[in-house]
Write a protein that binds this ligand. Sequence first.
Ligand code: BGC
Length: 326
Amino acid sequence: MNKNLVFYIVLSVCIVVSFGFTCFYFMKALNYTVTVTAEQAKLSHDYHFVLIGQEFDNPYHKKVLEGAQTAAKEHDVLLEFIGPKQTNIDEHTKLIEMAIAARVDGILTQGLTNREFKPVIDKAISKGIPVITIDTDLEDSRRVAYVGTNNYEAGKQMGEALAEATNGEAKVAIVTGILYANNLMERVQGFLDVIENYPDIEVVAMESSNISQIQAAEKTYQMLRNHPEVTAFFGTSALDGIGIAQAVTKANLQEDILIFAFDDLEETMELVEQEKIFATLKQEPYEMGYQGVSLLVQTMKGQPIPKINYTSLEVLYKKRVGEIDE
Ligand code: BGC
């Protein structure tokens, strides 16, 4: 066979194979799995919903999924769960676009940022697909309803917990998941609005962890280095408190620094038990998923639903203030 021909055949095969791998890993990285068509879904279930989480493997979003699955079983809903591997606004909004293209019956998603999420949520609504925001609301959008924490109130409760525990005197560093996520901005704002009333509480630094435990630990090391005066940390998303505790323990400062965290993941509760995290704000992710699916079903049936559905909040401690060792 002509040498040139062999060369071109081998080259073409290589290109096709490498293109195939690129596509495969690209899809895998995004967890693009809206796999069921509207027609297939109709054959087996009453409704087809998609739940889009900020991160596919994040333990907090797994709890939302568990609640959503329970409600899906009760209402004969085919529920798909998708999400970026690591938090990424573009990928997240693309997943909403994909759910719209797949003509699902309803979408559950966070409304993380106004600029990027509003157009795509409004697009779903204009195509007749109801969207319920969970965990993070987007009031400005045409979403049907919100289910989740009152995040401003949650931030205020953590501000009050810190003020009480420190007797109104602290140098605080904040590790916040994402600087521009609506829910986390509201938490920080609620926190700041409370501590503003305490002249001897000062926030000396704030960094983003990209909702990653490793980055939360890294940012904590940095802040401890740059601000040795810090006496308290506030972590605003589920893995921040764990990362902060890791860094503070490694620096052997657990006796000198109080940590305020978010959520009651197993590891967080172990750290509360060991008194490495002083207090954590318990949200209800399971309930968010459960109610989210149930309310979407009601919407599909034409039943009216409340626009705002706040889930409960509780500050959990190992020791309450007053029991703290001097
Ligand atoms: C927040 C979620 C976030 C998660 C990250 C939770 O506290 O409510 O919005 O995705 O933390 O781990």
